[in-house]
Structure formats: structure tokens, C-alpha cells
Design a protein around this ligand. Structure first.
Ligand SMILES: *[C@@H]1O[C@H](CO)[C@@H](O)[C@H](O)[C@H]1NC(C)=O
Ligand SMILES: *[C@@H]1O[C@H](CO)[C@@H](O)[C@H](O)[C@H]1NC(C)=O
Ligand SMILES: *[C@@H]1O[C@H](CO)[C@@H](O)[C@H](O)[C@H]1NC(C)=O
Ligand SMILES: *[C@@H]1O[C@H](CO)[C@@H](O)[C@H](O)[C@H]1NC(C)=O
Ligand SMILES: *[C@@H]1O[C@H](CO)[C@@H](O)[C@H](O)[C@H]1NC(C)=O
Length: 360
């Protein structure tokens, strides 16, 4: 149990440390997409189109060898995912992890620029035995080392709404119990030891739609004098919901002393259509969100608590999923039509933004 004032102290020191390091050169933001293969396009064609759109990273939620092969001829980095139903096997048996690596990684690496492997996605949302997760992650990490591969990071993916207590104010955010003690605490230790990243699906859309007091412009990166929220406990001002959610994660990691672990946003996006009662799922809002996100990430401003910002961000999703794949909702998240044209205007290569330190 942590007293609020101690949490605030941690938060303050984070904030002032981030001020101290303001002005250090920022690395270019890595902005990618989550791509789920479908029967309409070959992965080779998709890889070529993404290369021409200057997409620098792709996350595969369903990792299959043919798709990894397709990207091995591109300069696009890959974040792979091990399906949830293999986690128990990986946990009990290191050779099960090796078998997976032999079919999905070894034939293509390092020509395929695989950067990270997520063991499972949103595993706490399933009926899964949580105690298997960390042993599975460790076994995959050890199998990579057995193969002499030391540059691929291993982690797992969570969803913001499933693990956080609150997104506002960020200084009060903590990881939910019991997941925090059972999984997140030991995971953060592993990530620190192995220089890996915390992977999180983070949707301002979902927080906005259940909080009627949040103005839509605040969720859509619109610059407006009234689009801000102050964290009254600490006096830190937030100008968009995305930063607030990222800093909630960083504040929660700081409670256990892990505030320096890089954060990768494995999914974020805005639906361009939904069912008739979802007025905010619109093409206009989707365009504003994606453009605003890219501009914000490219600005190099980071977040109030993390000067360098998130390490990588993957837009969800490249194409609308088929009805079969996306049964439970009528929302469409794709940024491209199936014929590979853009649903609305955006540029991954947008470089017309000055990257200067905010707090000089
Ligand atoms: C490949 O990508 C890396 C990092 O994103 C970049 O430094 C390099 O110049 C690229 N190479 C080519 C051939 O585009
Ligand atoms: C471990 O996994 C390998 C590869 O999948 C399998 O051949 C072997 O039978 C497994 N061993 C046990 C004890 O489950
Ligand atoms: C983690 O990164 C640091 C700094 O880049 C490096 O010194 C260290 O050897 C790395 N540790 C591992 C386990 O890769
Ligand atoms: C889609 O949902 C409906 C109603 O919930 C269900 O009857 C149907 O089997 C589902 N289809 C698939 C492919 O999951
Ligand atoms: C691509 O598909 C969209 C949606 O079906 C359509 O509106 C657009 O005209 C198509 N573009 C081309 C170049 O075929």
C-alpha cells in the first residue's frame, strides 16, 4: 500500500527529471501499423505498398511464416506475436518455444528485421492460467539465446483498460490488483533485466466514449486553448488524452521503480465507422486522430513524464477486418481500403514538423 503523498513524490521527481533532460536530441518516432493478413492481398504486395508509404514497422498479430518471409525483402521492422494458445506449452517446455522459433524466425532472421516478440496478447482477458505467462516469456528468451540471437526483445501485450485503475489523474494511476502482483511486477523486472519494452494497446477512443466529460477534441489531438486537463495533484498539464494515458503507465511503472522501461503502443486508432448509435466512429474523426497522432509523435515533444515519448506506435489496423474476423462489433478500424488506397488523407512521412525541445 502506497500513500498518495509518496506517489506524488515519485511523480514530481519524474516530471522534474524529464525537464532536466529536455533538449537532448530525440530519436525519430517509429510509427507502424498492425497488419492482419486477409485473402484479398498477397503479403508481398502489402509489404511493397507499406514500403512506399514509408511505414517503418509492422506488428503481426497472427504471425505466420509466409508473412514474415514477405517482409524479409523490405526494410520494415517486425513485431511478432505468439498466439495465446501456445503460452502454456512454452511455459512447460523450452523446446516448444524453440520449435516455434525454427519455423517463424530462424529461416528469415536477420534479413527480416524482427525487433520484438510478444508472447500472447491480452492474456488476462482470457481464461488462461496467468502463472504460465512469465515462464513462457523466459523460455522464449532463453531459446533465442540458445540460437545465438540476442537482439530480439521478448515481452507480452496488455490492454490499457484491462490493467489500469484510472487514466486520470495520471499521478494516481496504478496497475490493477491482483494482476499487478501476479504478473506485472515480475514482468517489469524481466523487462528491466533484458532491455525489453512494455507493450500496451492504448485507445483514447475507448476512454473518451465512456467519459462524457472528455471533449472530443482532447481525444483527437486538436489544439485549442480549452483542450487541456491539469493533474491537480502535481500541476502537470496535459493537452491530449494519448499523453495522459501514456503517463498513467509510466507513473504506475514508477511505483515499483521501473520508470525507465521503454513503452511501445502496440495498438491505437479510431474507427471510421460503427453501428448507427456510435456517432463518434466517423471517417472525419478517424482522419483527425491518425493525422494528429502522427504529427504529435513526429513532433518529438514526448509526454510530460517521458521526454523521448513512446518508443514505437502501431496504428490499428491496416485494413478493415472481415466480418468473420470481427464478429462482435460493426466498427471498422482500417486506414486503407482493400484496394490499397487510403480511406482518408494521412502521411507517415510527414516531416514538415520542427523537432525542437519543448521545455528549453
Ligand atoms: C533501413 O531502415 C533503417 C532504420 O529504420 C535506416 O537507418 C536505413 O537507412 C534503411 N535502409 C534502407 C536501405 O532504406
Ligand atoms: C516439448 O516440446 C517438443 C516440441 O514441441 C515436443 O516434441 C516434446 O514432446 C515436448 N515435451 C514434453 C515433455 O512435453
Ligand atoms: C542493456 O542496455 C545497456 C545499455 O544500452 C547495455 O549496457 C546492457 O548490456 C544491456 N543489457 C542486456 C541484457 O542486453
Ligand atoms: C457472430 O455472432 C453471432 C451472434 O452473436 C453468432 O450467432 C455467430 O455464430 C457469430 N459468427 C462467428 C463467425 O463467430
Ligand atoms: C478503392 O476502394 C474504395 C472503397 O471501395 C473506392 O471508394 C475507391 O474508389 C477505390 N479506389 C480505386 C483506385 O479503385
Amino acid at each position: 500500500m502506497m500513500s498518495l503523498s509518496f506517489k506524488n513524490l515519485i511523480f514530481f521527481s519524474l516530471f522534474f527529471l524529464s525537464l532536466l533532460f529536455a533538449g537532448t536530441a530525440s530519436v525519430p518516432a517509429t510509427i507502424g501499423v498492425t497488419y492482419t493478413p486477409n485473402p484479398h492481398q498477397s503479403p508481398e504486395h502489402v509489404a511493397a505498398v507499406l514500403q512506399s508509404l514509408e511505414v517503418s514497422a509492422v506488428r503481426l498479430l497472427q504471425t505466420n511464416p509466409a508473412v514474415v518471409r514477405a517482409f524479409s525483402y523490405s526494410n520494415i521492422s517486425l513485431l511478432l506475436t505468439v498466439p495465446n494458445d501456445l503460452v502454456s506449452a512454452f511455459a512447460s517446455n523450452r523446446s516448444a518455444a524453440a520449435v516455434w522459433l525454427y519455423s517463424h524466425v530462424v529461416p528469415f532472421y536477420p534479413r527480416a528485421r524482427i525487433s520484438t516478440i510478444s508472447v500472447g496478447t491480452d492474456i488476462i482477458d482470457t481464461s488462461f492460467d496467468l502463472s504460465d505467462l512469465l515462464p513462457a516469456i523466459r523460455n522464449l528468451h532463453l531459446s533465442l539465446h540458445d540460437l545465438g540471437i540476442r537482439k530480439i526483445a521478448v515481452s507480452t501485450t496488455f490492454s490499457f483498460i484491462n490493467i489500469m485503475t484510472t487514466s486520470f489523474p495520471p499521478s494516481a494511476a496504478e496497475f490493477q490488483e491482483p494482476v499487478s502482483q501476479i504478473i506485472i511486477k515480475p514482468l517489469l523486472e524481466f523487462l528491466d533485466e533484458t532491455n525489453s519494452s512494455f507493450l500496451i494497446n492504448l485507445y483514447p477512443y475507448n476512454v473518451y466514449t465512456v467519459n462524457s466529460e472528455i471533449p472530443v477534441g482532447y481525444a483527437l489531438f486538436q489544439e485549442h486553448p480549452f483542450n487541456f486537463r491539469d493533474d491537480f495533484m502535481t500541476g502537470v498539464r496535459y493537452r491530449n488524452l494519448f499523453d495522459m494515458m501514456v503517463d498513467s503507465i509510466i507513473a504506475a511503472m514508477a511505483v515499483g521503480g521501473h520508470e525507465n522501461i521503454p513503452v511501445i503502443v502496440t495498438e491505437t486508432g479510431w474507427p471510421s465507422s460503427g453501428s448507427s448509435n456510435e456517432a463518434d466512429a466517423s471517417q472525419l474523426y478517424a482522419e483527425l486522430y491518425i493525422k494528429g497522432l502522427i504529427k504529435h509523435l513526429k513532433s518529438g515533444l514526448g509526454t510530460p513524464l517521458r521526454k523521448e515519448g513512446v518508443a514505437e506506435t502501431y496504428i490499428y489496423e491496416l485494413f478493415d477486418l472481415d466480418e468473420k474476423q470481427e464478429n462482435k462489433t460493426e466498427r471498422h478500424w482500417g486506414i486503407l481500403y482493400q484496394n490499397m488506397t487510403k480511406k482518408y488523407e494521412f502521411e507517415f512521412s510527414a516531416s514538415d514538423i520542427q523537432t525542437t525541445g519543448l521545455l528549453c
